[in-house]
Design a protein around this ligand. Structure first.
Ligand code: CP
Ligand code: NVA
Length: 304
């Protein structure tokens, strides 16, 4: 899949065909990997990874993806870089462009990624910012396609905080004709501009009632009530107990609804153990699919 965009920062850079194409490529790469292993299509290519925030899945899945495609990674904590002593993002982008073929960065301020992308001559991938998490949504929609055999017409219920993952999921929904109903407490809605943009092509419903959102849902999604960048300790009180995904809420969705969570999860907060460890949960496939979707993305950005 050839992409028009150099970078992937939000998902909004993609056309619907590109988004669906990446998911289909991911499914092919997964099958190929399980059968004979992947071909070394990124042989000798280097991915530089910068982390301002902790990560388990994103770091490991990118590292393993590059390795299994014949490439390598350089893994940097921003604290260990001259960035922490005031070197500009612009100069960092220009320098890293001379050593590697792609940059993946996990940051606080989304603007940092934009500056990185503007100044790097190589592709820049958002590995999570305070505002967006596009790589997660590629994996989530791949998982939905695998389980439900389609995307168009699916209803997703998002329960909890209208956060970075939710913003990217709204873009994913708009790109694939998926409908979303989003239940958040007042004041925790997703980004207004993202909603306005998505409403041009799909149905995005906002509610404060989790049961309104879960009605007829094919997919129920939870994420932490407190993202890495949220420091307010009183935050949880705004969400609990109303926005917890538990057995009662799952029962109000379709009988064959699946449960997604990007992980890491706080059991008994945003989701009960009975749901995340239960028969409707597909969170481990979802986590695995980070590997396959990122392979497809890396190939599309670096190799094409
Ligand atoms: N879902 C996700 O991005 O996980 P990590 O924070 O562990 O990378
Ligand atoms: N919304 C969460 C996602 C973690 C993968 C956060 O930003 O911390």
């Amino acid at each position: 899949m050839k992409l028009k965009t150099k970078d992937l920062l939000t998902l909004a850079e993609l056309t619907p065909n590109e988004f669906i194409g990446l998911i289909d490529d991911s499914i092919k790469l997964k099958k190929e990997f399980k059968k004979d292993g992947n071909k070394p299509i990124l042989k000798n290519k280097i991915l530089t990874m910068i982390f301002q925030k902790p990560s388990t899945r994103t770091r490991v899945s990118f590292e393993v993806a590059m390795y299994q495609l014949g490439g390598h990674t350089v893994n940097l904590s921003s604290n260990d870089m001259q960035l922490s002593r005031g070197e500009s993002v612009e100069d960092t982008a220009k320098t890293l462009s001379r050593y590697s073929n792609c940059i993946m960065a996990r940051v606080y301020d989304h603007k940092l990624l934009e500056t990185l992308a503007e100044n790097a001559s190589i592709p820049v991938i958002n590995g999570l910012s305070d505002s967006f998490h596009p790589c997660q949504i590629l994996a989530d929609f791949m998982t939905i396609k695998e389980k439900k055999k389609k995307l168009k017409g699916i209803k997703i219920a998002w329960i909890g905080d209208g956060n970075n993952v939710c913003n990217s999921m709204i873009y994913g929904a708009a790109l694939s004709g998926v409908n979303m109903s989003i239940a958040t407490p007042k004041g925790f809605e997703p980004d207004k501009t993202v909603i306005k943009e998505a409403k041009k092509t799909t149905n995005i419903e906002l509610t404060t009632d989790p049961f309104t959102a879960s009605k007829n849902a094919d997919v129920v999604v939870a994420d932490t009530f407190s993202s890495i960048h949220n420091l307010d300790k009183k935050r949880l009180q705004k969400f609990l107990p109303k926005y917890q995904v538990n057995d009662k809420l799952m029962k109000s969705a379709k009988k064959d609804a699946i449960f997604l969570h990007c992980l890491p999860a706080k059991r008994e907060q945003e989701v009960t153990s009975s749901v995340i460890d239960g028969p409707q949960s597909v969170v481990w496939d979802e986590a695995e699919n980070r590997l396959h979707t990122q392979k497809a993305l890396l190939v599309a950005l670096i190799h094409a």
